[in-house]
Design a protein around this ligand. Sequence first.
Ligand SMILES: [Zn+2]
Length: 434
Amino acid sequence: MPKTRHRKNATAKGRVDLIVEHAKQLLTIKGFTERPASGAEMSRLGIIEDGAVAVQGSRIVAVGITSEIRREYSAKKTLDAKGKVVLPGFVDAHSHFVFAGSRENELEMKISGKSYMEIMAAGGGILKTVRETRSISKKELIAICIERSRKMLQNGTTTVEAKSGYGLTLEDEIKSLEVIKHLQERGPLSVVPTFLGAHAVPPEYEKSPSDYVSQICENWIPKIAKSKLATFCDVFCEKGVFEIEDSRRILESGKKAGLLPKIHADEFYALGGAELAAEVGAVSADHLLYASENGLTRMKEANVIAVLLPAASLTLMIDKYADARKMISSGLPVALGSDFSPSCWLENPQTVITLACFKLKMAPAEAVVASTINAAHAVKQAHDVGSLEPGKRADILILDAPDFRFLGYRFGSNLVDTVVKNGRVAVSDGRLQI
Ligand SMILES: [Zn+2]
């Protein structure tokens, strides 16, 4: 693809709405729209020095060296990125940010050595959040989630996958999915909806968990799919929660109704979640701390993307991380997500990149690819976002940094200076404009 679109009449300049120009490094991350980057490709950022992006409406029309873009286009508005890094908006491939309440008390429990499963067995964890999420109205939940979305946007996330899973009744799951739909329609972010009714077994079904699975498969999934409230169907496949048999049933029911499968796999035990992901043709398998060699091989053969969530390991205090190096060297495409949830309150995708570098031993370039184009593939949005290429949505970040490796290296503050979302400046000088 040419760097710029050449016009027939070289003397007549095209007029566009916006040009971002003079980027010290413009990371295009081009060439991976059809399939995710894997292996050595994960280090390929497609950097243009003194780069520029031309935007018309909500779309990118041209990407190239500033002098070339300037020869072709004039703009109503110009953003000078001199000395700075320009890259596509981050895509968060895995989040649970639609919830009420908070669980800061569990930090002390974790520090004293209580495990995730022990906290859950004591009535904390997911079930506490379920009670709190059920108790508030859709309107209240929308207001909470808009605030969180604004924070995520300010930190550079422009597309986020959002799961239900704190309702666990049909009515409350639909409430969460309608909140996600509201955010999808009104912004400020692009949101991809996932139904996660199989997040935990609710107290009402404590004595008959298989009835809960039947309820999800036979009643909820058809209704949710028919109302077009979800793109994906996910399951928390874990020992003592939804084991392989139940997970298979849920994902197959989802597929039958038109929902694409995703799976929380092998986070605490080597249960065979990675193998199941391959078997059902999941779009992604997420966590994968204990995934078997065979499971990872089968995932690669079945084109399942590995979504890694290093902040989950950090906040669970389990000192065990997915083997990203092995996955990348074996050619399995890796994406990253925040796992934003009440036990991992993380609104900043730059922190995920830092953790990917320091804990997963991913190079900054790999972590950037995993947080943009590969994450876009993991949520089936790569046709639209994840790279700076003509035709894609104009979701563009300007970082107040002279080199992309400041992502990972300089952490704890927000490096995002400007966010262009759908072609419009949503964050300027680090401050929200919307
Ligand atoms: Zn999760």
